[in-house]
Design a protein. Structure first.
Length: 366
């Protein structure tokens, strides 16, 4: 028998012993092992080196050699990000922010996109509920102002088996923790900016799913700013875009062409701003000379426009990072967290508002 096969045979013998031994059980001394297995010191050391490589033993200087049980590899955390499908700047910002954040923590990010229907949204939610490889879910709802009873019922069941945090939008008030924005304050701030620039007639740009009977926080902020200033709200001056197809809207041209056309508009979502700007140009008017404009949205949505729009910027990166932090905290500690976290927006002064108190100056210069 060659020396090579001899130490391999000893390795196999000791390997079987190691699998039966308890973690931390001490091996006999080197001298005793050589005598027991009738091998040389060189053969024993070669076999022990292989066992050490397999993490089946550990050597402790001046103490001895101990059996060790190899630890199972720890599975990295796996977080699902559920988003409505699309390539809007909002979604690009969310994905890139979370990718960098989780990569630094060695957390796997699984991006799940669903079609722009409530049925598709509910199906993806239900699939995640039964996905045992997912440790937690970050969820951006489709249209929170639409009734989504099935999604809410699924969420109620899902939170019993895994942590879920909604961000940016919320369905089922209080069903899961939520990270969002101070929408009322932010919309109030953007509307108030127009009022302080001297505008007494301020139209509204909103979406077809905005419910005036039960106004969202964004709508409520706009209405409160008008009420506080003693200004009327005229529904005839409201431009409504189709939420599923923003290229469709009510009579924008007619509203902009009226003699009593508002001198300013507040848009509750920046996605409608480029379309509105094209209509303004079509009727031969200019922003801000003829019509001033503010809006509320993520700054990235407005980045490529030819004019810098005055807006209240949503802190999307901060919100999604906070949502991720809270989700990992809930997963790791299995502890309850505060239900609602609302972050303030920041007023960004652009070039889209004219100061009526000083006809030669724009509001952003005042």
């Amino acid at each position: 028998m060659t020396m090579n096969s001899k130490y391999q045979q000893l390795y196999e013998t000791l390997h079987a012993v190691a699998l039966r031994a308890k973690d931390g059980e001490k091996l006999p001394s080197i001298k005793e092992l050589c005598a027991e297995y009738q091998v040389s010191l060189a053969t024993l050391n070669s076999a022990l080196s292989l066992l050490e490589k397999d993490c089946l033993i550990r050597r402790e200087p001046k103490k001895g050699i101990y059996f060790a049980k190899p630890k199972s590899p720890v599975r990295s955390r796996r977080i699902a990000l559920l988003l409505p499908g699309g390539l809007e700047p909002l979604f690009v910002t969310i994905v890139t922010t979370l990718h960098r954040y989780f990569k630094a923590l060695n957390v796997e990010l699984n991006i799940q996109l669903y079609d722009l229907t409530l049925e598709s949204e509910a199906e993806e939610l239900e699939a995640l509920m039964y996905d045992n490889t997912t440790d937690g879910v970050l969820y951006l709802p489709l249209y929170p102002l639409f009734e989504a009873p099935r999604a809410v019922e699924i969420l109620k069941e899902m939170v019993k088996c895994k942590p879920v945090i909604q961000f940016d939008r919320e369905v089922g008030d209080g069903v899961t923790p939520f990270v969002g924005y101070q929408c009322f304050v932010n919309s109030y701030k953007a509307t108030r900016f127009l009022i302080e620039a001297g505008h007494q007639s301020i139209g509204l740009i909103c979406a077809s799913n905005d419910n005036f009977a039960r106004p969202s926080q964004r709508l409520a902020g706009y209405f409160e700013a008008l009420r506080e200033a003693g200004l009327p709200y005229d529904p005839r001056q409201t431009i409504i875009y189709d939420v599923l197809n923003p290229d469709l809207s009510n009579g924008v041209i007619e509203i902009l062409s009226r003699p009593d056309c508002p001198t300013a508009f507040f848009a509750i979502n920046g996605v409608y701003v480029p379309r509105f700007m094209r209509k303004v140009a079509f009727v031969g008017k200019r922003i801000p000379d003829d019509v001033s404009l503010t809006c509320y949205d993520l700054s990235d949505t407005l980045a490529n426009l030819p004019l810098k729009i005055t807006h209240v910027s949503e802190p999307t990166r901060e919100a999604v990072t906070l949502a991720a932090e809270l989700l990992l905290q809930q997963i790791n500690s299995n502890a309850a967290i505060e239900q609602s976290h609302l972050l303030p927006g920041k007023l960004v002064i652009g070039e889209s508002c004219r100061n009526l108190f000083s006809p030669t100056a724009q509001a952003y210069n005042v």
